[in-house]
Ligand binder design. Structure first.
Ligand SMILES: [Fe+2]
Ligand SMILES: [Fe+2]
Length: 165
């Protein structure tokens, strides 16, 4: 049996990282769907905001893919399930985004747990950036909900989006 060095990225962590590529691409699609919802309502500022968030999510997926490639992990891209482009209100759309961010935070916590349990220091180090990023991502969505809870309608609120993004 060839006795090369043990793989740097432990098996369970590898599986979760590949799944996370799918989750980030799913978030990309979900935010594109929200951007389209706002586009349809002629809320250009909101549409731009969520389009930019969508691009960020694709960047997160790319960051994980690069890490997998750098560590010689072979993988296929996970299948996506689709995303809605209709919501009852701006508030409902942003609530869906916050729920998605909270879910992603849980996924990174589970990943860090797995990396720690497997003594996979390389992955644990890599994951720190995402764990920090999630604090900001959740905060952004909560700030949007606060903005919508003010007396402004979504059209007026657009003037304040720059301060949040
Ligand atoms: Fe993300
Ligand atoms: Fe995010």
């Amino acid at each position: 049996m060839p006795s090369g060095p043990a793989p740097q990225i432990r098996k369970r962590v590898r599986k979760l990282l590949i799944a996370q590529v799918g989750h980030e691409l799913g978030a990309h699609q979900a935010y594109m769907g929200i951007a389209l919802y706002f586009e349809r309502r002629s809320l250009k500022g909101w549409a731009k905001f969520f389009h930019e968030q969508a691009v960020e999510e694709a960047g997160h997926a790319a960051k994980i893919m690069t890490f997998l490639i750098d560590n010689e992990v072979r993988f296929e891209l996970p299948a996506l399930t689709g995303a809605p482009t209709s919501y009852k209100s701006a508030r409902e759309a942003v609530e869906a985004a916050l729920a998605s961010e909270i879910r992603v935070t849980g996924q990174f916590n589970a990943l860090a747990d797995a990396a720690r349990a497997a003594e996979d220091h390389r992955s644990l180090q890599f994951l720190q950036w995402f764990i920090e990023e999630q604090v900001e991502e959740e905060r952004t969505m909560r700030a949007l909900l606060d903005l919508l809870a003010s007396n402004m309608d979504p059209f007026q609120a657009q003037a304040f989006l720059e301060d949040i993004g």
